[in-house]
Design a protein around this ligand. Structure first.
Ligand code: AMP
Ligand code: TRP
Length: 326
C-alpha cells in the first residue's frame, strides 16, 4: 500500500483554495493508501502567532479535516508538534540543505520581501516540510501548485541523504490536480487565493455562511464582457470562477460554457454560489456536530501515537547512518 502524507497550516481560515487544491484529494486517497494528514503548527510559527489563537486554529483545522470526510479509522490525523521527530529530522536535513537552495524558494521570497525582520524559521521552513514528508517514507504528497518547489527540495534531500549515507529515505512524488491546484483570488485573478491576504473578498472560507458566499461571488472580479468562456489569459477572472465551478460540480469547463451561452455573468455567478453553498453546508453541519461531540482531541492523541511510531523508526535509521549514538 502506498504511503501518503500532507499538511495544512493552522493559520488564518481555511478557504476553498485549500479545499479544492489539497484537502478534497485527501478524502479520496484515504481509501487507496495509508494516509497521514498533519496539522503543521511548527510551520505556522515561522511568522508570529498569538498562542491562544494558534491553539484554537489547530483544533479547527483538525476538525475541518474530519468534517470534509477524513475518517480516523482509515487515515492518521495528528498535530505536528506532538511528534518530536519532525523537529529532530529537520535539524539533520538543515545540515544537508544549501543556503542557495533555500534562497531560491519563491514562497520565502514572497513572504520576506520588503520585511526587515523575518525569522530564520521562515527561511528553513522548506527543510522542515521535507522532514515531515521523509519521516513517513512517503510515496505521494497531495498539494496545491504553490508547493511544487518545496516538494522538489524534499526529493533532492532524500536523494542527497541516500547518496551520502545509504538508501534509507523514500523519494516522494507530488500529486498536483489538473483543475483546482491553483485557485486565484476573487478580487484579483492575478494572485492566488490566500489565507493571509488583507482583503476578505480575496477568498471564500470553508466556514463562510451562504449569504457571505453569495456576496463574495457577486463581487468577484470578471471583465467588461458578458461571455462565460474559459480563457485564462484574456478572461482570468471568469476562467477562475469556471475552474471553481468545474471542481465543485465535476463538469468540464466546456460543458459549463455551453450551459451559460447567451446568459451573461449574473446567472452563472448565482448558480456558482449555490453550488459552493451546497457543499460547504454539508461540511459546516458536520463541523458543528464534531465540535459538539468533543471527540477531536482524543482522535488527535491516538493519531499522534501512531505517527510517533512510524516517525521514530525512520529517525532511528537516520541517526544510525549519520553516526549518532543510538
Ligand atoms: P496552506 O494554506 O499554505 O497551509 O496550504 C494548504 C494546502 O492548500 C497546500 O497543499 C497548498 O498548496 C494548498 N493551497 C493553498 N492555497 C491554494 C490555492 N489558492 N489554490 C489551490 N491550492 C491551494
Ligand atoms: N508548506 C505547506 C503549505 O504551506 C504545508 C506543509 C507543511 C505540507 N508540511 C507539509 C504540505 C508536508 C505537504 C507535506 O501549504
Amino acid at each position: 500500500m502506498k504511503r501518503v502524507f500532507s499538511g495544512v497550516q493552522p493559520s488564518g481560515e481555511l478557504h476553498i483554495g485549500n479545499y479544492l487544491g489539497a484537502i478534497r484529494q485527501f478524502v479520496q486517497l484515504q481509501d487507496q493508501a495509508d494516509c497521514f494528514f498533519c496539522v503543521v503548527n511548527l510551520h505556522a510559527v515561522t511568522v508570529p502567532q498569538d498562542p491562544a489563537v494558534l491553539r484554537q486554529k489547530t483544533l479547527e483545522v483538525a476538525t475541518l479535516y474530519l468534517a470534509v470526510g477524513i475518517d480516523p479509522l482509515k487515515a492518521t490525523v495528528f498535530v505536528q508538534s506532538e511528534v518530536p521527530a519532525h523537529a529532530e529530522l529537520a535539524w539533520m536535513l538543515q545540515c544537508l540543505t544549501y543556503y542557495g537552495e533555500l534562497s531560491r524558494m519563491t514562497q520565502f521570497k514572497d513572504k520576506s520581501i520588503g520585511k526587515q525582520n523575518f525569522s530564520v524559521g521562515l527561511f528553513t521552513y522548506p527543510t522542515l516540510m521535507a522532514a515531515d514528508i521523509l519521516l513517513y517514507q512517503t510515496d505521494i504528497v497531495p498539494v496545491g501548485q504553490d508547493q511544487k518547489q518545496h516538494l522538489e527540495l524534499a526529493r533532492d534531500l532524500a536523494q542527497r541523504f541516500n547518496q551520502r549515507y545509504g538508501p534509507i529515505l523514500r523519494v516522494p512524488e507530488p500529486m498536483i490536480g489538473e483543475v483546482g491546484a491553483k485557485i486565484m483570488a476573487l478580487d484579483d485573478p492575478g494572485k492566488k487565493m490566500s489565507k493571509s491576504a488583507d482583503n476578505i473578498n480575496n477568498r471564500i472560507n470553508l466556514m463562510d455562511d451562504a449569504k457571505t458566499v453569495q456576496k463574495k461571488i457577486a463581487r468577484a472580479v470578471t471583465d467588461s464582457g458578458n461571455e462565460v468562456r474559459y480563457d485564462p489569459e484574456y478572461k482570468p477572472g471568469v476562467s477562475n470562477l469556471m475552474s471553481i465551478y468545474s471542481t465543485f460540480s465535476g463538469e468540464s469547463v466546456a460543458t459549463i460554457a455551453s450551459r451559460y451561452t447567451g446568459q451573461g455573468y449574473g446567472a452563472f455567478k448565482g448558480d456558482l454560489a449555490e453550488l459552493i453553498n451546497r457543499e460547504l453546508g454539508v461540511i459546516q453541519k458536520r463541523y458543528q456536530e464534531l465540535k459538539a461531540s468533543g471527540t477531536v482531541e482524543e482522535i488527535l492523541s491516538q493519531g499522534a501515537t501512531k505517527a510517533r511510531q512510524v516517525a521514530e523508526e525512520t529517525l532511528q535509521q537516520v541517526k544510525e547512518k549519520m553516526g549518532f549514538i543510538v
